[in-house]
Design a protein around this ligand. Sequence first.
Ligand code: GDP
Length: 678
Amino acid sequence: MARHRSVRGYDYGEDFEDDDLYGQSVEDDYCISPSTAAQFIYSRRDNPSEEYDYEGLKESSNFHLSHQLSEIDQARLYSCLDHMREILGDAVPDDTLIEAILKNKFDVQKALSVVLEKDKVQHLKVKNEEAVSTEEIAKGKSVGCQLSRNEPEIVPKVAKMTVSGKKPTMGFEVPGLTTEENGHRFHAPQKGHHGEDASITSDALGTKSALPSHTVQTSEEQSPTPASLKKSGKLRQQIDIKAELEKRQGGKQLLNLVVIGHVDAGKSTLMGHMLFLLGNVNKRTMHKYEQESKKAGKASFAYAWVLDETGEERERGVTMDVGMTKFETTSKVITLMDAPGHKDFIPNMITGAAQADVAVLVVDASRGEFEAGFETGGQTREHGLLVRSLGVTQLAVAVNKMDQVNWQQERFQEITGKLGHFLKQAGFKESDVAFIPTSGLSGENLVTRSQSSELTKWYKGLCLLEQIDSFKSPQRSVDKPFRLCVSDVFKDQGSGFCVTGKIEAGYIQTGDRLLAMPPNETCTAKGITLHDEPVDWAAAGDHVNLTLVGMDIIKINVGCIFCGPKEPIKACTRFRARILIFNIEIPVTKGFPVLLHYQTVSEPAVIKRLISVLSKSTGEVTKKKPKLLTKGQNAIIELQTQRPVALELYKDFKELGRFMLRYGGSTIAAGVVTEIKE
Ligand code: GDP
């Protein structure tokens, strides 16, 4: 999960070098990220000494068959064998492979399917060298096999939230920031998402948007390209967005889910296994991961590679951050964001969480491990607080690795007790937090309720998938003006370029004119893709790719916001905000340098003025022009950013009016925008 990225040209990797601090060895990184692990991944082609032993074929009982082949067919046979060996390793005897190849007339894919089918029973018994019991794996797989009816060819369907870093940016320095993350225990802002109570915000902040509603251009056709628009000159059709949204995805609602938790809690394994059990990963691919991870001496990482390998496939020669995958539950289509758990990557995690509606917090139930993640310096607390501050109100806590503690009820209760108390303090309602005992490795209680008596004797609740399905879908601001925050910019084939981002408000149709802020330039949306499928329109809550024409890619950075030219978002370098100071040691004074984390933006800023201290309960000014701000205080401040950022007032757009301030690698405050100056 340790993936680097640069945001607006700023490389976090440079800021966070002290790996020791986080208790993760370099080797750990290798196993988690296939991009770095590539050197360990078994590949025959890389190693000529391991070339396939064709001579050995002579001993095979099918040799006489292969021997009767023409030279060309023999070459084809060897090539097929080579290909199959890459996927299957040495587990299957030559005879079986040759037979399958010949029977299937050198069609590798068919031959592989036949062999895998045959090998299934045997393969299910393959011993997991590290931790998995044979029985558990077999159980997981057999479920997976039943479920993976459609056998998708490609590993999960994926959109990527990456930062290409290819585009030139203005470049800037970050004053005096260190790599150190010292895991402050801070008080969570009691801030709500989607209009719920918020301790930072005054009542006044909750007032309704005064902005005019979104006006839509009309046309006869729903999905004209700009070219066809130009040719026809026709106006575009007005759509009833709410009705369309209801019809979409067979009536299923879209939900953005972020997976958070301490490093090594088992996030990737859990989600990778879940995707496998849901049939989003075909068994051939899974088999390949198992072989590769076994050869790399890390068999237990096979499921984690489902997510990580996906990232690698999408890699455009640059470093990765939050991976995005799609899966479905009974009533929802979920966009899964797999946030990095490593402390170095909390900024990336903020980006992921800022775009999420709900979260799965994974904690390791093993003795000592839960405690390590929960205490100061662990990411369980910080992640919990961050997602809450960023507006996530519903949480599923996967109390994972329960197999390590023999599914003990006492251990589960101990963890839920401690964590429940903390999450309540952090501002989560008790009714919005669910604890689920799981084992990401064995697949227990992930997509179906566990049948194991060890668990059923004391746990009667939902499995993880059922819990995700039962999350309430948040209100989408489709009636508001269009806003999309850019999380990636890249050049694709064809004309124009692409941006990736989440639509925070309003909706868009192909052919729409858009304004990018900054740089205050217009362009046309030539194409929209949602979950890699081209669509005619997309609305608030959707993660989309837009193909844009009529603008230079150089102008666009991660963090830019696209809006409708008639209802533009404001870009500014100076704004006022109401903030809640977390549990920090150093007091905040005038001139304090910070990193402003706002949606996908991470921008150096300075606290220009301390305007007033506010009473936490009434919101009234208790002190004007304070000299300093200390932990737990509510205050109005003025911030000055180095470069313009596009912001909204919290009262108008809750999603676009909240931010986090970080300093020295720690989150020091959460805030909401109250006034945009210039
Ligand atoms: P992440 O850093 O949170 O994504 O954690 P990973 O998914 O990379 O898992 C870290 C390690 O924990 C790997 O060795 C996994 O095999 C192991 N692991 C994950 N889930 C479980 C589980 O449920 N039980 C056991 N025993 N080990 C697990």
